[in-house]
Design a protein around this ligand. Structure first.
Ligand code: OXD
Ligand code: MN
Length: 587
């Protein structure tokens, strides 16, 4: 068993895991290209990976997961802290003692005749003082090859860790994949994760949602920073001013598209760059400037809907060095998914069966994915690996709301911005196993990912910005529809026009109009003539209807009641003020 650590705590923990899981052998991963190639070759030889057409998709592969294991399973996701009240109303809770009794035995012998891989990794730029080390053990080679893309894996992590005990212990076993015995358990008081009976990304790539959001959100509360479900994007203006913004949108609401957005042809002189598409760790520096790092090193993007119009940069990026999961396969061994292009006449669907467009099913699973290194991204910011992170000019919250919420509005203050984030709601999508299309409150897009009491989380947000140069906060909604369910806003590259207004607000250039819910743009600042959005639709996109919003306020009241006594009074005040402004508007 080769490894280059003398960290006794780590060696002891690995021994414990091995005694429990009883693997046939143990492999320490170094994250090298050679290791990746060897694993890929052995998986391809065993038929677990399908090698794609090397002329069109060199070094790219298709993996099909078990059909019952295709999304994050929120009902099987637990926060295991001593006191139930610390996990709050948005999490499932289990005591650590109960987890010992009911989850640990599921790991017993679970790696018999299998290899246990040990993956040392760093979340964040290796040399950043804000980065953190994790060690994941897994018996899934698929997870190893994905982790090699998604995190900075290898001996650098062991070096960074040294003899410290400060690392996240992640134990993952594929087990039987029985969904009834599936658990993703987070021990927030001992920085430990146990995941058993799932091999799907969000449940099994423990660096991502489990560490970089659920555990990191708790670390952030204790240490004065924020771990957020946010993309990080750079905008350089024609005057050469470099801005970065962060944006929180729920799963499958276009974070990756926004992070790689290509401005419309008619708008010249701006450059968009990408730092991250899913997770941001935020803190104020010594000068009081808000800074963000992307803890990840790759994209785990949703494939369906991605095409040369919605995300030309992603389409370019995924043509090499990419692992596709649960997409369709064309006759010439290229990946295909709904919304990519005209459907092929025949294909093999994500479950491996013959498919034609006449089938009543999808060729690709709605939550099918591509895993690609950040370094393949054509718009990657040169600062993506900056140990200090990038300075943030604005914070954006967004949801998927067919009705109600305007295209864009700006909060009146930090507390109002936190209120807007805290009361975000969105229609659910296929990224989780919850029913699709129902509206649920998804505060800061963190409902499935906040590892502690959501009321304490709101308090932490309020405190975080209190004594600092907190940036302005905005809310966006790309998803407003007419009565026939058609989108009113063209979206994708055109979202740039909204970003432009945000940046102009940050620079004090653009004007805004006050409404009861916040400040909105003048239509002429968003809807330039070349956009061709009819006047009536422009009005609808920016409309704020007080009676509808008063109904929303009632729903917010219901949500606030579920938060209970730790709901900050500042948010109650913001809610009262909003109601007051709405009622005034009706007078
Ligand atoms: C994701 C998610 O995979 O949010 O990013 O579900
Ligand atoms: Mn996400």
């Amino acid at each position: 068993m080769f490894h280059s650590t003398t960290n006794k705590n780590l060696i002891h923990w690995i021994e414990e895991c091995a005694t429990l899981c009883v693997p046939q052998n143990i492999v320490w991963c170094d994250g090298s290209e050679e290791e990746q190639n060897v694993l890929i070759k052995s998986m391809t030889d065993q038929g677990e990976l399908i090698s794609l057409n090397p002329d069109h998709f060199p070094s790219s592969y298709l993996y099909r997961s078990h059909p019952n294991d295709v999304a994050r399973d929120e009902s099987k996701t637990f926060i295991c802290c001593e006191h139930k009240s610390d996990s709050g109303p948005t999490n499932n809770w289990m005591s650590p003692q109960q987890a010992e009794q009911s989850i640990k035995p599921l790991f017993q012998n679970c790696m018999k005749q299998r290899t246990m891989y040990i993956i040392p990794y760093v979340m964040g730029p290796i040399d950043s003082p804000f980065s953190k080390v994790g060690i994941q053990i897994t018996d899934s080679p698929y997870i190893v090859i994905n982790m090699n893309i998604m995190a900075r894996v290898g001996n650098d992590a062991l070096k960074k860790l040294g003899n410290s005990h400060d690392y996240v212990k992640g134990m993952h076993g594929l087990g039987t994949l029985d969904p009834n015995q599936r658990f993703i358990a987070h021990f927030t008081e001992s920085n430990t994760i146990w995941s058993i009976n799932s091999g799907y990304g969000g449940n099994a790539l423990l660096s991502k949602k489990c560490f970089a959001l659920r555990l990191a959100s708790v670390m952030g509360k204790n240490e004065g920073w924020l771990a957020e479900h946010m993309l990080i994007l750079g905008i350089r203006t024609p005057e050469n001013k470099q801005h970065y913004v962060v944006a929180a949108l729920p799963s499958s609401c276009g974070k990756t598209n926004l992070a790689m957005l290509q401005p419309p042809y008619s708008i010249k002189g701006y450059e968009i760059t990408t730092v991250g598409d899913d997770i941001a760790w935020l803190r104020f520096d010594d000068q009081g400037v808000l800074r963000a790092i992307n803890p990840e090193a790759g994209f785990f993007g949703v494939a369906p809907g991605t095409n040369t119009t919605t995300n030309p940069n992603a389409m370019n990026m995924i043509h090499r060095n990419t692992i596709f999961t649960n997409v369709g396969l064309t006759d010439n061994r290229c990946p295909w998914w709904e919304g990519m292009s005209e459907p092929p006449e025949t294909a093999i669907d994500w479950q491996g069966t013959t498919w034609t467009p006449n089938n009543n099913t999808c060729a690709a699973h709605p939550n099918s994915r591509y895993t690609t290194p950040l370094t393949e991204c054509p718009t990657l910011a040169t600062t993506w690996d900056d140990p200090q992170g990038v300075p943030i000019s604005a914070i954006i919250f967004g949801g998927r709301r067919a009705k109600l919420t305007p295209l864009i509005y700006q909060a009146y203050s930090w507390n109002h911005g936190v209120f807007i984030g805290a009361t975000m709601a969105s229609e659910t999508t296929a990224a989780a196993t919850t029913p699709v299309g129902t509206i649920r409150r998804d505060p800061m897009a963190m409902r499935p990912f906040c590892g502690y009491h959501i009321g304490d989380y709101f308090n932490h947000w309020l405190d975080f910005g209190k004594n600092n140069q907190s940036p302005p906060v905005f809310a966006v909604n790309w998803f407003r529809t007419n009565d026939n369910g058609q989108f009113l806003w063209p979206g994708f590259g055109e979202n740039f026009r909204v970003l432009q207004w945000i940046i102009e607000r940050c620079e004090g250039i653009a004007e805004a109009q006050e409404t009861p819910i916040g400040m909105i743009p003048y239509a002429s600042d968003i809807f330039a003539e070349d956009l061709n959005v009819p006047h009536s639709i422009q009005q609808e996109l920016l409309s704020v209807t007080p009676t509808h919003w008063l109904n929303e306020c009632e729903d917010i009241d219901i949500f606030f009641q579920t938060v209970g006594s730790s709901l900050p009074s500042a948010l109650i005040q913001e809610h009262q003020s909003l109601k007051g402004r709405l009622k005034n508007a009706l007078l």
